[in-house]
Design a protein around this ligand. Structure first.
Ligand code: CA
Length: 512
């Protein structure tokens, strides 16, 4: 077990009781207010920090997420181990990197091995009531949850079929609202004598960014200011950047752009959909836009739809937090908001994620825990989705399995400045060939630098980026003699991290 410094005596007492099988009785008695915290984990899919007010965005208003940040801590550099949906979820549950939890890619025959140790299982066996509701995306059925009600695969935005603990069900409405309603229902009907873990996991704002119909036109046909790199030509970088398939210009489909109506709407829903999109699509067809004007039109359509999706996610956060308030659950509930990774909103001309580059690597992380986490605080340390499991275990007063790769965030949440915190971070993306043709790569990230190694097929080269002189990561400076020393240090650190994490040699990957 890892050393969980900071667990107080009361928590250790609870732990001992939990491990002797009397957790429920101990919690029910709750004689001194020592009950472990409830954990509400609100999670979204592909939510870019660039679109959250608390992170400085002016693209859309996100009052509930902003309030959550004000009530607790905003992490400014939460990095993911592998920037894609299923692998991020597997990392969060297992507290381990992809090579160790076995879920490396979304594609192929990946299936999460639900027999491995996960933090929900450990909480469940210690007396927590556990539930996961919404997007799961790990192929195998959830384990470690008393209740699960999940979208199959990627799930649908409108009228989604779902799987209720093994039973196929169909809902009418919008997925973000449905997942929130189901989450609130579960909270209302839970056993109030036990602490809970609820993972409320939205599909939104994942591709194809299909808005709640009530938010169509939310931006009054605003023209969004475009990122300065919308027309990036990838000069100064290698073939991986040049050969990807994830540009707004070339990759977006008619469905992404809402030039085709969705198939599964009710007649009433379709009427609302058409009332918004049809006249605008007709004007677009008539304008016969070309070149950069066409890309700009696509970018604005993308922003309207994506940001509308984030409005529903924000609303969900507001409803969940309000429920806690109204039911006197606020004081003893650790609320976490995060996304499975970041997302490009036109930077480098891209949508999607996958890369070690900042917009993809960095994910939002907001944590509220009244009385424990100082309101309106921020943190710039490198933290990660690999840290979530250990944080939840330590918050519950439970020991952390030695095999987990992260670090509990509790010292940081208590406002301490731990001297032994990580200064470097290992990243690894595996899905090639695959959707969007992003080459396999791994690398080391520090507060200032990124050293990335592309590999596989005909892409075998390294690049170095200095975010201080080049925050947009446009210039590969690996051949700059002035940076020879730092390059050597980063190479050493990358090798050290790979050895410490026991990352298999890349030549053994081809069987995946
Ligand atoms: Ca995702």
């Amino acid at each position: 077990m890892k050393n969980t410094n900071g667990s107080d005596l009361r928590r250790l007492q609870w732990l001992l009781i939990a491990f002797t099988g009397m957790a429920t009785a101990a919690i029910a008695a709750d004689p001194s207010g020592t009950r472990p915290p409830n954990i509400l984990f609100i999670f979204s899919d592909d939510h870019a920090y660039q679109s959250i007010g608390a992170y400085g965005s002016r693209l859309v208003e996100t009052p509930h997420l902003d309030q959550l940040a004000k009530s607790g801590m905003r992490f400014d550099r939460c990095l993911v181990t592998n920037s894609i949906c299923g692998p991020s979820r597997a990392t969060i549950l297992s507290g381990k990197y992809s090579h160790a939890n076995g879920f490396l890619t979304n594609g192929g025959k990946m299936r999460f091995d639900g027999s491995q140790v996960t933090f929900p299982k450990l909480l469940q066996s210690a007396g927590y009531q556990t539930a996961v509701i919404g997007k799961w995306h790990l192929v195998s059925d959830p384990t470690g949850f008393d209740y699960w009600h999940i979208l199959p695969g990627q799930g649908a935005y409108y009228n989604p079929p779902m799987n209720d603990n093994g039973r196929a069900v169909k809902h009418v409405g919008y997925s973000t609202d449905i997942i929130t309603d189901l989450s609130l229902d579960w909270l209302k009907n839970r056993d109030p004598q036990k602490p809970f873990l609820l993972m409320c996991q939205h599909k939104a704002p994942h591709r194809e960014w299909a808005p709640n119909l009530k938010y169509l036109g939310h931006d009054n046909d605003r023209m969004y200011s475009e990122p300065t790199t919308l027309f990036d030509d990838y000069s100064g970088r290698g073939m991986a950047e040049k050969s990807q398939d994830m540009t707004i210009a070339k990759t977006m489909t008619a469905q992404d752009l809402k030039l085709k109506e969705p198939k599964n709407l009710t007649p009433e829903q379709l009427e609302k959909w058409n009332a918004y999109y049809q006249p605008r699509n007709a004007a677009f067809e008539a304008a016969n836009l070309q070149g950069r004007d066409l890309v700009r039109w696509k970018f604005n359509r993308y922003m309207h739809d994506y940001l509308a999706c984030t409005k529903s996610v924000d609303e969900s956060v507001g409803r969940m937090v309000q429920f806690l308030k109204e039911n006197q659950l606020e004081e003893n509930t650790l609320v976490v908001y995060s996304s499975d990774q970041g997302f490009f909103l036109g930077e480098h001309g891209w949508f999607d994620k996958r890369w070690i580059f900042e917009e993809s690597l960095r994910t939002p992380l907001l944590v509220k825990w009244p009385g424990r986490v100082k309101p309106d605080s921020t943190n710039q340390q490198i933290v990660s989705n690999v840290d979530f499991a250990e944080t939840f275990l330590e918050a519950a007063g439970l020991p952390v399995p030695a095999e987990m790769h992260g670090k509990s965030l509790l010292p940081i949440l208590r406002g301490e400045n731990p001297t032994n915190w990580r200064n470097s971070f290992y990243y690894h993306y595996y899905e090639f060939p695959g959707a969007h043709s992003v080459r396999k790569h791994y690398g080391v990230v520090t507060d200032r630098y990124k050293l990335v190694q592309f590999y596989g097929g005909n892409a075998n080269y390294a690049e170095l980026f200095d975010r201080q002189s080049d925050p947009q990561e446009l210039v590969n400076v690996i051949d700059d003699p002035q940076r020879a020393q730092v390059l050597g240090e980063l190479r050493t650190e990358l090798a050290r991290l790979r050895a410490e994490l026991k990352v298999p040699d890349q030549n053994s990957e081809d069987s995946n």
